[in-house]
Design a protein around this ligand. Structure first.
Ligand SMILES: [Zn+2]
Length: 371
């Protein structure tokens, strides 16, 4: 799982996708502790001070490479590659000076490359798959996706038609492949009758999709990555990649509420209505969660029964966390302290929600004393 490691975001034309947007800022994540930094230098400084490992490292556009092959999908400059803690190197088996590696990597456009970096300790081996996508192919995938989304019907058959259309766009195959992986995941998660995947497979598909789309700097890729991050409750990352709208607002609100900001102060409802690509990519449970999360507390309170009914269903643990936060806030707002406390207690054991749950329970106790 590596999709939230970092994002070096730039704006590109988006082939008429109506959710084209400019991410707010460039951001670099530490994949070891999740902290964010505004520059690659700050990230690297933090990386060595806080996580002093001695293995050689290879970064691509701020992403620290691990054991999984990394797919490079946009043309790169030598400065996009950074080699650290390395005294000897090989490039596809040939010995090279470590300082030559970035330039050699930047010259590749369609190939698999193996880089071995060494120092006094055991060597580190990195695999990179270069497939620089043709702009026309990327736009072709997006145009096909837009048509697919406008038909507003997600079935295995409809997805196969989309795949058939995309086959011509071979330099962008990981792009449409990532989108399809994600949508097969949605079908499994929704237990679609024509899906042959087991239910639990959706997690693997979501992660695979986010990994495949890591280096695509396109709105559609950002949207999928944001939905995956939101599903796995990485709200800060979800907010970074989400276009303006319900998903962005919900990510911001969850992030803020869990940090201690009150529900109503933590966001105002998204004014922009959702759009066809976003609807097509959002599974039923997430859609309901997004809609509830837009509501001010007074309206959320009126939804307590509906939220409770969904919590009782067989929903993934990640969705259950969001639903229980919604439910506890709804109960608290409707002055049902008993149920609010009971719901909040279920989230005390989770590091992400413990602080919020304790604050809510303390607030309820305070309110009871005052009445
Ligand atoms: Zn860190």
């Amino acid at each position: 799982m590596g999709f939230w490691h970092t994002g070096y975001l730039e704006f590109h034309d988006n082939a008429g996708l109506d959710f084209a947007y400019r991410p707010q800022r460039l951001i670099y994540h530490c994949q070891h502790c999740g902290q964010h930094f505004d520059s690659m230098d700050d990230l690297r400084r933090h990386r060595f001070q806080s996580h002093p490992y001695t293995c050689p490292l290879l970064f691509v556009r701020g992403i620290e490479l691990g054991a999984t092959p990394f797919r490079v999908t946009r043309s790169a400059q030598p400065s996009d590659f950074v080699v650290e803690l390395c005294t000897i190197a090989t490039f596809n088996g040939t010995p090279r000076e470590p300082r030559e590696i970035p330039k050699l990597l930047a010259e590749v456009s369609h190939d698999k490359v193996k880089v071995e970096l060494g120092n006094d300790g055991p060597p580190a081996v990195f695999e990179l798959v270069f497939q620089i996508a043709d702009e026309m192919h990327l736009k072709g995938v997006e145009a096909s996706f837009l048509q697919f989304a406008n038909r507003k019907l997600l079935t295995v058959r409809a997805l196969e038609v989309f795949i058939q259309e995309c086959r011509a766009f071979n330099t962008a195959d990981a792009y449409w492949g990532g989108i399809c992986d994600y949508l097969y995941g949605v079908l499994a998660k929704e237990r679609a009758p024509d899906s042959s995947l087991p239910y639990d497979e959706y997690r693997e598909r979501f992660n695979r999709a986010a990994d495949a789309l890591l280096d695509y700097d396109r709105s559609l890729a950002h949207l999928v990555r944001s939905l995956v991050a939101f599903h796995f409750n990485h709200f800060e990352d979800a907010a970074l990649f989400a276009p303006p709208g319900q998903l962005h607002m919900a990510s911001m609100r969850f992030e803020a509420v869990l940090k201690g900001i009150s529900w109503d102060e933590a966001g105002t409802p998204a004014r922009k209505p959702s759009n066809a690509p976003e609807d097509m990519l959002t599974d039923h449970e997430t859609l309901r969660i997004l809609r509830w999360t837009q509501l001010p507390l007074t309206e959320l309170a009126a939804e307590a029964e509906n939220i409770a009914a969904l919590v009782k269903c067989d929903v993934p643990e990640f969705d259950r966390l969001k639903l229980n936060v919604l439910l506890a806030e709804a109960y608290a707002a409707s002055r049902d302290a008993v149920h609010a406390r009971k719901t909040a207690r279920e989230l005390i054991g989770n590091a992400k929600t413990a602080g919020w749950a304790e604050r809510l329970i303390a607030r309820l106790a305070g309110e009871e004393q005052n009445t």
